[in-house]
Design a protein around this ligand. Structure first.
Ligand code: NAG
Ligand code: NAG
Ligand code: NAG
Ligand code: NAG
Ligand code: NAG
Length: 870
């Protein structure tokens, strides 16, 4: 009989088909040959007998019959092979064990995966609809711990990554109690709860137990543990980076979870990727309803619990009842929300909180008596509750701003609260407010709707403020009128200034809101692609007008010279100042292509990108017309001994955030998904108010290399900012920009260039920064002229984020959405960066006073062209 594979201790690699068949043949022809090497697959008609096992190709996992402790019943399961503690991660026949050692696992002739007992009775089957699958199937145990039933032709190429899309059946789609890296957990808002994992009945009994773990796919999705009486724990809403109800979700978990974009069938899925893929890691739901994340500790040779939920009393689902807050630090832990009182005070005082709380005063819109009052004085309002795990059963509404979110809530009388959360957007609650917990850290704020009379002192105080403000305002106005009478002209100037600034501010806010909603709707967020701001077609400038504007491209008007060509300052006939970039190289594009590309790039509009105003073509000569930035570029400030003091920490932080947002827009929110490829201080221009604007984006497209992620033999970049993989192998991706951003961030903090930075111990800024952070001397990394006035928390966070961005491996660097969140959030405890080593390529071009074009042809044909445009 074929398939008598006894695990002789060495893995039989699936790649080696030839020897597989040889071996099969040999086994078939010689039953005397007892000890064969273990295989990783069985094909139709073959068996795994009790006592035999399948071993995945690199020997990570093993499949076979086992008995739990204190039991003689036999189950087919998968366990880790290389560790000393037998840890079963999947069980086939969990509810129907074989009573003796006569069982076999087989792929039956009609293509079904089956466990048979000694009498050839079917104990378990994979439940495949045989009439719809081709015959000739093979069951493969992959290195990710997945048992997959594939067409035999596919068996050898089965990936070790986890989920296999072309399988007919796989254990990763029918998990038991354990979630392994590589699995997918489906999130389909229309398909209801996905209770993917079910606990064992007891420690020693794989029989389906009382607890489930899975996903509540209502947007925004959450992880939930269900017991017999309903929910036992939930993770809080997913915000694109982490689960908001797990306040200490840190380091190793941070980059682990990911929610995919939406598939054609409307579903997404959660995956988990450990930071270090060679470390063994799993999540599982225990028989007692606890979820634990375990990591294998190679030194102590045991599993360590990395995380456990529910961890504290307040984590228990709705511990304090409806409309109440659980606070671990308080005694007693439960209290009613403001404006609410215990539903049954006796029980409550006895510590029986199950009944929860109820409103003291009915909302105006629900109270028939007060509607007739109709004077507006009784309007409902909102009370802010800071630092909470937001209530369960939120209704996600797609509106762009906090105010509109509040308005949506007021519109509907059944709405009890709303929240507008970063990374999520607007959520409304129309049922009771369930499972609210107070956290010390965290920025989630719940706005609870209360009757006006319950808003109490706070609103009275704010009324008082309004009165005072009005009085002061009236007084100031009086003074102004008097002044205007005295100094007519001066006042006019002031008012205009004031008006313009107010306009600016308002505009700014609306942009912020737009961005927030864009954050939300990005592919990592909830609702697909962000909306692209569609600008009008941009004008084609007449060459003679450009000549006139730049005084025939005179030397005095030249702002700089870069690899893409010289940049001139110009003044149009109407007085508008412009910057003209005259593209020097012959791009590979024709005029029409060039036009199309420019049109696309002109549509990229963001507060932190330099506006492209138009373009001009004259024969072979191509020009791009940009808005003119009076404050030149960032390097003229941060590296300048006198001007650096003009940028205090607050301004620098704003600049960092601005650059991050601009880059996020380029990478994700714009339709084009632009990789900048030459981000550096001299490419960050500053407007009148020192707002940063990224320039020179999209040049790769204009020069005809617009692949998303690719390798190129023409490296465009600047020494000191190029990621190792880009500088050395010409590989670029969004993560190369992240690297440049990290360098820039450290430079802004230190006020020194990465290139040319040298101390006695360290040859570049990155390594210097890492060692200082490691030794706790990071204060010394701060530019001395801001050291005493900066916010040390913010600086520390920036240094850490900066170092995470310059990690050697692109995989270790966060993507821009995470960078933006990390910079702005206070919740997360950042992972400690690894020492970056591949920073040997450093260089500098002083672009501030002296513009140069540098082209270095090295022997391997890599051209480094440094661009120094303004
Ligand atoms: C099995 O598949 C066939 C053909 O696709 C279908 O007609 C039949 O209803 C399926 N049976 C079950 C039990 O799903
Ligand atoms: C099954 O597939 C294998 C490899 O694809 C092939 O060599 C073999 O002949 C097939 N067997 C049958 C019965 O079709
Ligand atoms: C990953 O983990 C393995 C095993 O624990 C360890 O040997 C290796 O150094 C780790 N790699 C990194 C990059 O941390
Ligand atoms: C707690 O209170 C609820 C109603 O408020 C009651 O039904 C329940 O029996 C009480 N539990 C205990 C243990 O007293
Ligand atoms: C108010 O909200 C509830 C719950 O979301 C919804 O069922 C109802 O239709 C809404 N009413 C109005 C008038 O929008």
């Amino acid at each position: 009989m074929l398939g008598a594979f006894v695990n002789g201790g060495m893995a039989f690699t699936g790649q080696n088909r030839a020897s597989f068949f040889l071996l099969s043949f040999f086994l078939a022809s010689s039953s005397l040959f007892l000890y064969a090497r273990a295989a990783n697959s069985i094909s139709q008609g073959q068996f795994v007998r009790d006592g035999e096992t399948l071993v995945s190709s690199s020997g990570n996992f093993e499949l076979g019959f086992f008995s739990p402790a204190n039991s003689s019943l036999r189950y087919v399961g998968i366990w880790y092979r290389k560790i000393s503690v037998k840890t079963v991660v999947w069980v086939a026949n969990r509810d129907s064990p074989v009573s003796d050692e006569s069982g076999v696992l087989t792929v039956s002739n009609d293509g079904n995966l089956m466990v048979l007992d000694g009498d050839n009775g079917t104990v378990w089957s994979g439940g495949i609809n045989s009439s719809s699958v081709p015959t000739n199937l093979t069951a493969v145990l992959t290195d990710a711990g997945n048992l997959a039933l594939l067409a035999s032709a596919d068996a050898d190429s089965a990936s070790a990554d986890g989920y296999i899309s072309y399988s007919h059946w796989q254990s990763f789609e029918h998990p038991t109690d354990t979630f392994l890296p590589g699995m997918r957990v489906r999130v389909n808002p229309t398909a209801g709860e996905n209770r993917a994992f079910r606990s064992w009945k007891s420690l020693d009994d794989p029989f389906p137990g009382n607890f489930f773990m899975g996903v509540d796919p209502r947007l925004p999705p959450q992880i939930v543990i269900w017991g017999q009486s309903g929910r036992e724990w939930r993770s809080g809403h997913w915000n694109g980076l982490l689960f908001t109800g797990v306040p200490n979700m840190t380091g190793s978990y941070l980059y682990g979870f990911k929610l995919s974009s939406i598939n054609a069938d409307g579903s997404m899925y959660f995956t988990y990727t450990p930071i270090n893929s060679s470390k063994l890691l799993m999540f599982r739901i225990l028989w007692n309803g606890t979820e634990e994340q375990l990591g294998w500790d190679e030194i102590s040779n045991e599993w360590t619990v990395l995380q456990l939920q529910p961890a504290k009393e307040c984590d228990l689902y709705n511990r304090c009842g409806d409309f109440a807050i659980c606070n671990e630090m308080d005694s007693p832990k439960c209290s009613c929300m403001e404006g609410f009182s215990p539903k049954s005070p006796d029980q409550w005082n006895r510590g029986n909180w199950s009944a929860g709380c109820a409103r003291k005063t009915q909302l105006q819109c629900r109270d028939n008596n007060s509607i007739s009052a109709g004077d507006g004085s009784g309007m409902d309002g909102f009370l802010k509750l800071d630092g909470v795990k937001l209530p369960d059963f939120a209704e996600y509404v797609s509106v762009p701003s906090m105010d509109e979110c509040g308005a949506k809530c007021l519109e509907n009388c059944s709405c009890n609260a709303y929240a507008f959360a970063r990374g999520i957007g607007c959520m409304l609650w129309s049922e009771n407010l369930i499972d609210v917990q107070h956290f010390d850290q965290g920025r989630m704020t719940l706005q609870i709707r209360l009757a006006n009379s319950e808003l109490g002192t706070k609103s009275k105080i704010s009324n008082l403020f309004i009165i005072i403000t009005v009085l002061v305002g009236a007084f100031v106005l009086g003074v102004l009128v008097w002044l205007s009478w005295r100094f007519k002209n001066n006042l006019k100037g002031f008012l205009i200034f004031y008006w313009e600034n107010e306009e600016l501010r308002l505009f700014d806010d609306s942009v912020k809101n737009e961005e927030l909603s864009a954050d939300l709707c990005g592919t990592d967020g909830l609702a697909g692609d962000a909306k692209q701001v569609g600008g009008p077609d941009i004008p084609l400038f007449n060459f003679s007008s450009i000549e006139a504007a730049t005084n025939f491209f005179s030397e005095e008007n030249r702002l700089g010279l870069g690899g893409f060509g010289p940049v001139y300052k110009g003044k149009l006939f109407g007085g508008q100042e412009i910057a003209v970039k005259r593209l020097s190289r012959k791009s590979s594009q024709g005029v029409e292509e060039f036009k199309n590309e420019v049109m696309l790039i002109a549509k990229l509009q963001h507060r932190n990108l330099v506006r492209l105003l138009g373009f001009c073509v004259q024969g072979e000569d191509k020009m791009l017309i940009y808005e003119y930035m009076p404050n030149k570029s960032l390097d003229c400030f941060i590296f300048d001994p006198t001007k650096r003091v003009q940028l205090d920490w607050k301004k620098r932080f704003e600049i960092i955030e601005g650059i991050a947002r601009g880059l996020l827009y380029l990478h994700r929110d714009s339709r084009l998904r632009i990789i900048h490829r030459d981000l550096k201080a001299s490419n960050i221009l500053l407007d009148e108010e020192m707002n940063p604007k990224i320039s020179d984006f999209g040049m790769a497209r204009i020069f005809g290399t617009n692949e998303d992620k690719a390798s190129t033999n023409r490296v465009v970049g600047t020494y000191g900012y190029m990621s190792p993989e880009y500088a050395m192998e010409g590989l670029f991706s969004v993560k190369s920009d992240v690297y440049s951003f990290g360098v820039l961030l450290l430079e802004i903090i230190r006020g020194k260039k990465n290139f040319g930075f040298r101390t006695l111990e360290h040859s570049n800024l990155i390594v210097h920064a890492w060692h200082h952070l490691k030794e706790g001397k990071w204060m010394e990394l701060i530019d001395p002229c801001i050291r005493d006035t900066c916010s040390t928390d913010e600086v520390l966070r920036c240094i850490q984020v900066g170092l995470l961005c310059v990690q050697d491996s692109a995989l270790d660097r966060p993507a821009m959405p995470s960078v933006v969140l990390l910079l702005e959030s206070e919740i997360v405890d950042l992972p400690f960066p690894k020492l970056p080593r591949s920073t040997s390529i450093t260089g500098s071009i002083d672009t501030c006073s002296l513009f140069q074009s540098q082209e270095i042809d090295s022997s391997n044909g890599v051209t480094v062209s440094s661009v120094a445009g303004r």
